[in-house]
Design a protein around this ligand. Sequence first.
Ligand code: KMH
Ligand code: ZN
Length: 308
Amino acid sequence: MAGIIITCALTGSIHTPSMSPHLPVTGEEIAAEGLAAAEAGAAILHLHARDPDTGRPSADPAHFMGFLPQLKAGCDAVLNLSTGGSAVMSLDERLEAPKRAAPEMASLNMGTMNFALYPAAERITDWQHAWEKPFLENSDDLVFKNTPRDIARILTDLGQERGARFEFECYDLSHLYMLRHFADRGLVTPPFFIQFVFGVLGGMGPDPENLTHMVRIADKLFGADYLFSVLAAGRHQIPLVTMAATMGGHVRVGLEDNLTIAKGQLARSNAEQVAKIRRIVEELGRSPVSAEDARDMLGLKGAAATEL
Ligand code: KMH
Ligand code: ZN
């Protein structure tokens, strides 16, 4: 089997500061976490920004600039900017920083869906910030909007005009057919890096059968033209990504998707999760690839061609 790409998603927009003191929030924290994750073996860093004062997910390019230059200067990992941002942001907001940065890689969510975070609110008793509880609770009426028009705009603005390639986030079988549709329209070209997303309430659940079926359908739709990676929310993270590694796929870990390192034990850092999955995949006979090898495998334009 070919080498394995480890992606680390450092902070995201799902978890809130009250859930873990280790969730990076400030530019300095996100930069330090990213450098350590790259050192531990992550070839790709999946990046969101937060407001450093409140820890709230932020689309402000100034907040991205609090860590992007440090990451670019301090490691050679592929810097992959989220275009999903947070489901409460408009598409204009979500695209502001990626359009300025012209990254090598950006995430692209392949369908409109529910994105329900409210069950997590019941587990928290001590809230650090006033925004957290309503942010989570109001997700019972939240639509994460990624219409075909939105997807086409991201592909045009970032892909065609700025040379970015994509982490296609597929939370459901239907999202694979949407990707096929855009390939048929000529707006995306192989190799496709497809991130199968498990365990978000609103997307597919973390059942192993779902992964085998996603691969079966992706094989039909894309043949040899795709690579798949897996992320899974919470305690399903390591079991599902290990299954992906066994099947020849790639893996994503990080505090964006899961705050723990073992049952009931918070991860102290993103690097701790990278080191753990690295040990597991090496035991399985897979070799983590360097960032340069990941660039070759995914057809990326290179860090020098970004505006970071
Ligand atoms: N947090 C993941 C479940 C994005 O940034 O575009 C989804 C995600 C979306 O990473
Ligand atoms: Zn993300």
